[in-house]
Design a protein around this ligand. Structure first.
Ligand SMILES: Nc1nc2c(ncn2[C@@H]2O[C@H](COP(=O)(O)OP(=O)(O)OP(=O)(O)O)[C@@H](O)[C@H]2O)c(=O)[nH]1
Length: 192
């Protein structure tokens, strides 16, 4: 059996239950799984080939477990990552603190890793605005401060979980998207 060639490693980080696995499911399989929540144990891996221009780029996505019990293990998975999707739940302020923790970790240990800040479960606040615990502008200010792109997404509706904005490292793929404002090798979501 031949090993999968991964062109770019992406890691999902964030507090438990923020919706990392759901985001990967939506992005890779275009579905939202209903049923009892099952926490990730350790980490899960999925390879996602994407067509970019005339090339196929394979993203290797590591979906880490959010439970603090697995914190040390998660560090293994962000090593060498080209991008990190740092997730927080729009209805859970403590998850934003946890996102700050992961951003600090990445800044200290993986300075070349591109960070995407992703507020999840936007369908819940659309249904009831009083559920929002993280102000959009506060999160955007934080994203600006750390030089990250910031998105609010729903894996349930698919809102802002787009395939169209994936993207890549020119030097790795030879596909030059470098002039695009939101150019990156991967973005699981967009807000345009
Ligand atoms: N309404 C709504 N619920 C969501 C959304 N995304 C995830 N959930 C729910 O939130 C719960 C946790 O989702 P997961 O995707 O398993 O969360 P996780 O971050 O992977 O959790 P860990 O594996 O513990 O780290 C599940 O019950 C999901 O159905 C969303 O966009 N909208």
């Amino acid at each position: 059996m031949s090993a999968i060639r991964v062109d770019a490693k992406v890691v999902m980080l964030g507090k438990e239950s923020v919706g990392k696995t759901s985001l990967v499911e939506r992005y890779v399989h275009h579905r939202f799984l209903v049923g009892p929540y099952q926490n990730t144990i350790g980490a899960a891996f999925v390879a996602k080939p994407i067509q970019v221009g005339e090339k196929v780029v394979t993203l290797g996505i590591w979906d880490t477990a959010g439970s603090e019990r697995y914190e040390a293990m998660s560090r293994i998975y962000y090593r060498g990552a080209r991008a990190a999707i740092v997730c927080y739940d729009l209805t859970d302020s403590s998850s934003f603190q946890r996102a700050r923790f992961w951003v600090k970790e990445l800044q200290n240990c993986e300075e070349h890793c591109k960070i995407y800040l992703c507020g999840t479960k936007s369908d819940l606040i659309e249904g009831d605005r009083s559920l929002r615990q993280i102000d959009y502008h506060d999160a955007q200010d934080f994203a600006d401060e750390i030089g990250a792109l910031h998105f609010e997404t729903s894996s349930k509706t698919g809102n802002n979980v787009g395939e169209s904005h994936l993207l890549l490292f020119t030097e790795e793929t030879g596909v030059d998207l470098g002039q695009k404002k939101d150019s990156c090798f991967y973005s699981c979501c967009h807000n345009n």
